[in-house]
Design a protein around this ligand. Structure first.
Ligand code: G16
Length: 543
């Protein structure tokens, strides 16, 4: 087998976003595109000679081909061992766990997460560091710098490696170890949760619907929820991963997982409903007659996590991304633990988790996780909920009502304006940024602006500074609106508008969220002129 050195040139736009590089699949399949980026990752992390890496992805179109290219490039660059999920599949949290448990030098994850898959849809690749977490900005900056100076890449001339069965093979000097993608992850879950209590709950007739959305969590959910815990066969639906996710949009929210929401809010709802996304790190939680927002789910899990064996000793602290609602903050205050506010992106939680400052983290974008791995983890969130339901014997709705009665309620909604022309989105954002300092003291309807700033973050562990992380406007009384431009899209720009209102009056805890947030939404429009800038009358997606 011969190593080929291929001359290449920098390709524009290979800048990692919120979570790795995400582009149209056809862009990734273009000449040298994937190879350039993989070589830049290798160069950006100081080479891979003698190193071991984990490799896997969410099974989307081009996953299998990209995995073979990465294997040949790793072999050509002298990597010692690649640990690959069978069929090149690994959920993102399972990959994070393997990186940590096997002590590798990091891993490469093939995924565009919740973005659709297929030749005309999206593909992505990200590097996770040896702690199992997404590369922090310092590392992604070096990778991006390498994409701009690249002149050649190395690749082994070889046949495809058979990834269809667990075992070891060689590619040149490199060992390729194919592993069952589910086994280690399932074993980890069993150390954290009271599987016996959850199984007993199912044995008593507790009913569940888990929508795997034809994405990577299907095999994990089948093995853990049905086979191990005894949920009725068929409780996990859309369980077979497909390259185009069955033409669906594997984003677990009320828009893209509408059939599940309709079921849970309808007459014949099971006790518990959940869904996960393309690569298995996001989650959506529902009970009979109730949708739980990701921010509320984080708050409830923080308040009740001690009921699960893995968290019985209490939480060291919690962390949430800035646009996530402050519901968890009040739980942290009651528990007497620290609560950190970070920029959007799971990578910002890594240092807090590594330093033992936070045990639980969460984001409004349907991500929740803990220090068991360094990624958010959809199935973990489902299992923690099931453990809490088994321990309390209460339905989801009653648990949330009790929670709000104790802590108050943060009404919360996110309005997304998708595929907006980049110039228009930037114009809105720049105009808003320019007027921030003049906003305090101004009133919009019944809301008076108290604070307005652009969020920046100083990491308390390594001191790194991250600027320009979203525009936030706080109103007297605790309501607020946040504006951000998404960092995970592949076409145009997505403007995210996050609306929040804090309510502690017991008489106003059960309002319809749209009604409760009407004043905040009107203030957002009045302040930013969204309609005029975008030409849109309404958001494309509301979560
Ligand atoms: C990624 C990150 C998350 C982040 C989300 C939203 O999620 O891992 O930490 O909250 O993007 O990003 P944005 O608002 O910039 O689109 P995922 O599930 O896509 O990997």
């Amino acid at each position: 087998m011969q190593t080929q050195t291929i001359a290449t040139q920098p390709i524009e736009g290979q800048k990692p976003g919120t979570s790795g590089l995400r582009k149209k699949t056809r862009v990734f399949m273009g000449p040298h595109y994937l190879e350039n980026y993989v070589q830049a990752i290798f160069d950006g992390i100081g080479g891979v000679a003698g190193k071991s890496l984990v490799l896997g992805g969410d099974g989307r179109y081009f996953n299998d081909r990209a995995a073979q290219v990465i294997l040949r490039m790793a072999a050509a660059s002298g990597a010692a061992r690649l640990i690959v999920g069978q069929g090149a599949l690994l959920s993102t949290p399972a990959a994070s766990h393997l990186i940590r448990s096997r002590g590798t030098d990091g891993g490469l994850i093939l995924s565009a997460s919740h973005n659709p898959g297929g030749p005309e849809a999206d593909f992505g690749l990200k590097y996770n560091t040896p702690n199992g977490g997404p590369a922090p900005e310092g590392v992604t900056d070096r990778i991006f710098a390498a994409t701009r100076t690249i002149t050649e890449y190395r690749i082994l001339e070889a046949q495809d490696v058979d990834l269809s069965t667990p075992g070891e093979a060689r590619l040149g000097e490199m060992v390729v170890e194919v592993v069952d993608p589910v086994a280690d992850y399932a074993a980890l879950m069993e150390t954290l949760f009271d599987f016996d209590a959850i199984a007993a709950m199912f044995a008593r007739g507790f009913t569940l619907r888990f929508d795997a959305m034809h994405a990577v969590t299907g095999p994990y959910a089948k093995a853990i929820l049905e086979t191990r815990l005894g949920a009725a066969p068929g409780s996990v639906i859309n369980a077979v991963p497909l390259p185009d996710f069955g033409q669906g949009h594997p984003d677990p929210n009320p828009i893209w997982a509408k059939p599940l929401v309709d079921l849970m809010l309808g007459e014949s709802a099971p006790d518990f409903g959940a869904a996960s996304d393309g690569d298995g790190d996001r989650n959506m939680i529902l009970g009979r007659g109730i949708y739980v927002t990701p921010s509320d789910s984080l708050a409830l899990l923080a308040a009740q996590a001690h009921l699960a064996p893995g968290y019985a000793g209490g939480l060291k602290g919690v962390a949430r991304s800035m646009p996530t609602s402050g519901a968890v903050d009040r739980v942290a205050a009651a528990l007497g633990i620290d609560c950190y506010e970070t920029p959007t992106g799971w990578k910002f939680f890594g240092n807090l988790l590594d330093a033992g400052r936070a045990t639980l983290c969460g984001e409004e974008s349907a991500g929740t996780g803990s220090d068991h791995v360094r990624e958010k983890d959809g199935l973990w969130a489902v299992l923690l909920w099931l453990n809490i339901l088994a321990a309390t014997g209460k339905p989801v709705k009653a648990l949330m009502e009790d929670h709000c009665a104790q802590y108050g309620r943060n009404y919360y909604r996110r309005h997304d304006y998708e595929d907006v022309e980049a110039d228009r989105a930037n114009a809105l954002y720049d105009a808003l940024r320019a007027k921030l300092s003049a906003l305090p003291g101004q009133s919009f309807g019944p809301l008076m602006v108290k604070t307005a700033d652009e969020f920046s973050y100083d990491d308390p562990v390594d001191g790194s500074h991250s600027a320009a992380q979203g525009l936030r406007i706080g109103f007297a009384g605790g309501s607020r609106v946040v504006f951000r431009l998404s960092g995970t899209g592949t076409v145009g720009a997505t403007i995210r508008v996050y609306l929040e209102r804090v309510e502690t009056d017991p008489a106003r805890l059960t309002l319809d969220p749209a009604t409760a947030l009407a004043d905040v939404a009107a203030a957002a429009e009045a302040i930013a002129g969204i309609k005029a800038h975008t030409g849109r009358e309404a958001p494309d997606v509301i979560t």
